[in-house]
Design a protein around this ligand. Structure first.
Ligand code: ADP
Ligand code: MG
Length: 251
């Protein structure tokens, strides 16, 4: 039975997609059958793995009941890594889902038949706490929260943790926080070091040891449609995501 991880933070641009794509690629590279689910209508994770952002069937068709999750799976260039792609239509799901009774569990139910096929399933969430993120948190066993090491890093985290607790109490008692992940860290700046200290002090035991550095290889890899470990296997960005994969697998 595979483990399902949601990569979530309602802030945009904090490294959710980058982490979902590269962590999934590293875990797959280590030999585990892995699935990445792109639950953001922007389809950044889909494009980052070299697939078209408007292919069908997509997660939209799965959530709408027009395709099974198995039908929507795509192979990627990374061995052991499959993708359940997004589609721009998924934006409509934010309006459609709340109108359907029991809609919070649609993703969980759709993914249930896949849990035996994959050791790890990662869900890349949109930058909001809307219906798709709620669906991802209901489907997940654990949450990874990327936190950009910038001023205002802690802003919004309290709200996110409240949402997680609410979902634990109501829809998904299994849900736990796997960890907060410091991303885009620039160790040369005092600010980044201060933010790291602050986050670790505020959330003892909840922050991954691995810190993802700001690295140009990480940011350019998506434009080549491949994870950083295929773009430049020996850069500091690849090293960091391999370390993170080890931490995640060890837990
Ligand atoms: P989110 O999914 O939370 O909106 P992204 O993963 O798309 O955030 O990251 C936002 C931007 O920052 C993207 O352009 C991405 O390439 C870049 N980025 C993410 N992580 C890093 C990093 N460690 N170093 C450099 N650029 C990064
Ligand atoms: Mg994203």
């Amino acid at each position: 039975m595979g483990s399902v991880y949601a990569v979530a933070n309602q802030k945009g641009g904090v490294g959710k997609t980058t982490t979902a794509v590269n962590l999934a690629a590293c875990v797959a590279e280590a030999g585990y059958p892995t699935l990445l689910v792109d639950a953001d209508s922007q389809a950044n994770a889909t494009v980052a793995l070299g697939l078209p952002k408007d292919g069908t069937p997509s997660l939209y068709d799965v959530i709408s009941g027009d395709a099974t999750a198995i039908d929507a799976l795509r192979d990627t260039a990374v061995p052991n890594l499959q993708l359940l792609p997004s589609h721009p239509d998924l934006a409509g799901a934010n309006v459609e889902l709340p109108r359907r009774p029991g809609s919070e569990t649609l993703l969980r139910d759709a993914l249930a038949p896949l849990r035996d096929r994959f050791s790890y399933i990662f869900l890349d969430c949109p930058p909001s706490l809307g219906p798709l993120t709620v669906n991802a948190l209901v489907a997940a066993d654990r949450v990874i929260v990327p936190v950009q090491t910038e001023y205002f890093a802690l802003e919004g985290l309290a709200g996110l943790l409240e949402t997680l607790q609410l979902i634990q109490r109501t829809l998904n008692p299994r849900l736990t926080v796997a960890g907060m992940l410091l991303t885009m860290h620039d160790g040369r700046t005092r600010l980044a070091r201060d933010v790291e200290d602050e986050v670790r002090t505020h959330f003892p035991d909840l922050v991954f040891d691995t810190v993802i550095p700001r690295n140009v290889r990480i940011s350019e890899a998506p434009s080549f449609g491949r994870p950083v470990i295929h773009h430049d296997p020996h850069c500091v960005g690849s090293d960091a995501y391999f370390e993170l994969a080890k931490e995640v697998v060890a837990r």
